[in-house]
Ligand binder design. Structure first.
Ligand code: ARG
Length: 441
């Protein structure tokens, strides 16, 4: 009784309370699920505060992050041809749209927060859902944060270090702006392509990273106003917007640099800015830091909700399912994810991990941005494919996305096996082990 008393005073001190799970049976639960106001005054729910504008902002703001600034070089390197890399850029947009449309269907059928977690729970039961929450909390979300924040850091320091390449003259810059240099675009040279089936899949890994976040709104379904309308609408507005934006950015990059310059550029947006903006070149790194910071914000926002949804079912620590009683946010989940990321970065800063890290995931998190992206996309697409399985009905879209995600997972292993893939698989297995040890025994 005493420890219970102490625990509840600690919770009260931090203004936390356990959130009630909306039931699907009672009238109040029905109201809640449909987003009407009868249950809106209940103090312990997350409130429905995400409207259409915020929905589009959450999708677009998270999708546009580091990828469009780091992926174009990698994609070009992997395909060896402008033509093919442009096709892959657009195919990534289409695939994300198809995936998100299937998720819109899932999200209107199953109105719980937590995206894949909630759908696996419904379609396949506890163990696969637990597995997802395990991998997502310990691998997917931290590696997303690692990639985004590494890119943030790379560009944030960029204005303070000198570039080796001599800056081009202002005249040339003005000429580029006024007539637009399309030399490199006119030769979409398919002949030089180095694309094999495996290469194309890993090129997709790179491109799909830039589009990742298309499913973000599904993590917060319980907080969307009128979700059956606003969820699909936000998806249909947000993803084509990002695709169009990426197409234009790619064209712009190639307007000012050659294919090999682009493939070799360490920070393609900075090279672009140096050529085009002259004395205002510092705007580019600033824009990248703002974009990556926003993406990190959206990533953390949904990571907290995922923790919340999974711990509410008893799959993660109970405390992560609590809600701040005045802000109506899953504060412990958010703090948990912020701490995990900060912990990893502190270690990275202190260069500690090279010596004392024994676990594979830590080694992976210390990899380069490119290897992290491969590791992330490989793992994420296993689960995106799984969510399509939850929706298999006689319509064609989920089959297409399921087929492509199977290809994305299998082709790189066959073509050129990398340790990252093995780590990812091993990590998923450790989840099963934990499940067996702690849940069944
Ligand atoms: N697309 C983003 C970028 O290019 C990364 C989004 C990470 N994914 C997520 N679901 N938050 O940086």
């Amino acid at each position: 009784v005493w420890s219970q008393y102490k625990f509840s005073s600690v919770l009260a001190f931090f203004s936390l309370s356990r959130a009630k799970k909306p039931t699907k049976i009672t009238e109040q639960g029905k109201d809640y699920l449909e987003g009407s106001s009868a249950a809106a005054d209940d103090p312990v729910h997350l409130k429905r505060r995400v409207g259409l504008f915020s929905g589009v902002a959450l999708i677009v703001g998270t999708m546009i992050g580091s990828g469009i600034f780091v992926s174009p070089s990698g994609l070009l390197e992997r395909t060896g041809s402008v033509g093919i890399s442009f096709i892959i850029w657009m195919a990534c947009g289409l695939l994300s749209l198809l995936g998100a449309l299937a998720y819109a269907e899932l999200g209107t059928m199953n109105t719980s927060s937590g995206a894949e977690y909630a759908y696996f729970m419904d379609a396949f039961g506890g163990p696969p859902a637990f597995l997802f929450s395990w991998v997502s909390t310990l691998v997917l979300k931290p590696s997303q944060m690692a990639i985004i924040c590494l890119s943030f850091a790379k560009y944030a320091v960029e204005p303070f270090v000198s570039e080796c390449e001599p800056p081009h003259s202002l005249v040339k810059l003005v000429a580029v702006i006024s007539i637009g240099n399309t030399r490199h675009l006119q030769e979409p040279n398919f002949a030089s392509s180095t694309a094999t089936l495996g290469n194309i899949a890993t090129a997709f890994y790179t491109g799909l990273w830039a589009y990742d976040g298309w499913n973000n709104l599904n993590y917060v379904t319980e907080e969307i106003k009128n979700p059956s309308k606003n969820l699909p609408l936000s998806i249909v507005i947000g993803i084509p917007l990002v695709t169009l934006c990426y197409a234009l950015v790619n064209v712009s990059y190639l307007a000012v640099m050659s294919v090999s310059e682009m493939a070799d550029s360490e920070a393609v947006a900075v090279t672009f800015g140096n050529r085009l903006l002259g004395p205002l070149a510092w705007l580019m790194p600033l824009a990248v830091t703002i974009s990556t910071f926003g993406s990190a914000n959206g990533t953390l926002f949904v990571a907290g909700r995922l923790c919340f949804a999974a711990s509410r079912e008893g799959h993660l620590l109970d405390i992560l399912s609590y809600v701040h009683v005045r802000r109506f946010t899953p504060a412990p989940g958010l703090i948990f994810h912020a701490s995990v990321s900060s912990y990893l970065f502190t270690h990275k800063l202190l260069e500690n991990l090279n010596d004392d890290s024994l676990i594979a995931v830590a080694m992976v998190l210390y990899g380069t941005i490119d290897s992290l992206i491969d590791f992330f996309s490989f793992t994420a697409w296993i689960f995106y494919g799984g969510a399509m399985l939850a929706l298999i009905v006689p319509i064609i879209i989920p089959y297409i996305v399921l087929f492509v995600s199977t290809y994305l997972v299998v082709a790189p292993i066959v073509d050129k096996p990398q340790w990252e893939y093995l780590y990812a698989a091993a990590f998923i297995c450790t989840g099963m082990l934990v499940k067996l040890l702690f849940f069944y025994k």
